[in-house]
Write a protein that binds this ligand. Structure first.
Ligand SMILES: [Zn+2]
Length: 433
């Protein structure tokens, strides 16, 4: 951890005033941002950087946040594409998942983290099995993560899984110098009966952690929950006592206006996963209406098996494009909105709005440098337009998390990419044997 000065770049703060400094500077002391402002601005007295990064050709912005994924599902990437959701789950994914081991999840998660770091993702919300293996991978890689053990209320071992998930939260919440936080992950309304959901919420309240859940992903789910309980999935969740519990709800594709009001009223953080929803033909979430109602919406990739990559820059472009096409209005989801969803709203969805997501003095130093000196990024008119509509995640040059450089000149510094790719290939083969 060095005291670092990044100077001369175009600094996109994504702060409340949406300030951009060009040329700007960011000073980092230890884990935190000390200064953000014009290059050459007055730095605090007695502070001298140990390292200076000249960023003349770079966009400097908060790290991107992947607010819904199942990282280890990279193990199933490309195994079973072009299938309907239920067939995909029942015949492809669930049989392989039943054969997973902690070791496979560890290597899969490391691969996913490597992929995310190289794409400028500095924090992610994960929901999966073998959470200790996930936490181990996160601790080693230097990324920030909110890990939710996935728990399924209709399984025979439901009570034991909830107990284990509670122990996991007790052990890991705040670990790795605060880079790891935890949530409980009751999988979805159709796999978690009301009593189980109530127990999960009560446990989350006791632990002071959030809930990470899938909600209203498909039309089939809405029909199923209506038939079982006489209400929509959102109403089903909101009939519970949600007081004092932070809720991250992935998908929210099939919503009535009443559902949108409930989401807004209960301050539920919605995570939009346009790539996964398109690939599984789940539908298109009513994003403009959610934003209009004041719902905070972040972006997620979902698992790589239904995407098939973990690239939030790509999701932000997809979000900006599909809603224009779908609504017939080219003014919806402008570049600035898409960037907010990928950064500051992501941090809020992860329960980390006071920790990261924008560039401001006092925040943790989670930021990325994007190389702008590329044919597809000239001429240099509008940096937000360049980032959302033209840039590629491979343009990410440097990634800093908690004040530490984890990607430099497009190379991973904390992980051995060759070994990880090799181990994942081995484990993926074993799963198919
Ligand atoms: Zn998911």
């Amino acid at each position: 951890m060095a005291d670092l000065l990044i100077t001369g770049g175009t600094v996109i703060t994504v702060d409340e005033e949406e300030r951009i400094f060009d040329p700007g500077a960011v000073a980092i002391r230890g884990e935190e941002i000390l200064y953000v402002g014009p290059a050459g601005g007055e730095l605090p007295a007695n502070w001298k950087p140990r390292q200076i990064i000249k960023a003349e050709d770079k966009l400097v912005l908060p790290g991107l946040v992947n607010s819904h994924t199942h990282a280890a599902m990279v193990l199933f990437r490309g195994y079973g594409d072009d299938l309907a959701l239920q067939e995909w789950l029942e015949n492809r994914i669930w049989p392989l998942e039943s054969r997973l081991s902690a070791e496979a999840v560890y290597w899969g998660t490391l691969l996913a983290i490597g992929e995310m770091l190289l794409a400028g993702i500095t924090a992610f919300a994960d929901m999966y099995f073998y959470p200790d293996a996930i936490a181990q991978a996160v601790a080693e890689a230097g990324i920030r993560a909110v890990i939710a053990p996935g728990i399924i209320g209709i399984n025979p071992d439901a009570a034991a899984s909830l107990r284990e998930a509670i122990s996991f939260c007790q052990e890991w919440n705040g670990a790795a110098r605060g880079r790891i936080t935890t949530m409980l992950g009751p999988h979805a309304p159709y796999t978690c009966p009301p009593e189980y959901l109530a127990q999960s919420l009560a446990a989350a309240r006791d632990l002071d952690v959030g809930i990470h859940i899938h909600l209203a992903e498909t039309e089939g789910e809405v029909e199923d929950i209506k038939a079982r309980y006489g209400m929509s999935p959102v109403a089903y969740l909101c009939q519970q006592d949600l007081s004092g519990v932070h809720i991250l709800a992935a998908h929210c594709v099939h919503l009535e206006q009443a559902d949108i009001h409930l989401l807004a009223k209960n301050n539920i953080h919605v995570v939009h996963n346009p790539g996964s929803n398109l690939k599984l033909a789940s539908g298109i979430a009513p994003l403009p209406r959610l934003l209009e109602a004041g719902v905070s919406v972040a972006l997620g990739t979902d698992g790589a098996a239904s995407n098939n990559n973990l690239d939030i820059l790509e999701e932000s472009r997809l979000a900006a494009l599909i809603h224009k096409g779908y609504t017939g209005q080219p003014t919806v989801i402008p570049a600035a909105e898409a960037l907010k969803m990928a950064t500051v709203n992501g941090a809020a969805a992860l329960g980390l709005k006071d920790t990261c997501g924008c560039l401001r003095a006092g925040m943790k130093a989670d930021l990325i440098l994007v190389n702008r000196h590329q044919p597809h990024l000239y001429p240099r008119f509008n940096p937000l337009s360049a980032l959302i509509y033209s840039a590629r995640s491979s343009d990410v040059d440097t990634v800093i998390i908690n004040g530490k450089i984890v990607v430099e000149k497009g190379e991973l510094r904390t992980l051995d990419r060759e070994r990880i790719m090799h181990m994942v290939e081995e484990h993926a083969k074993r799963l198919l044997q």
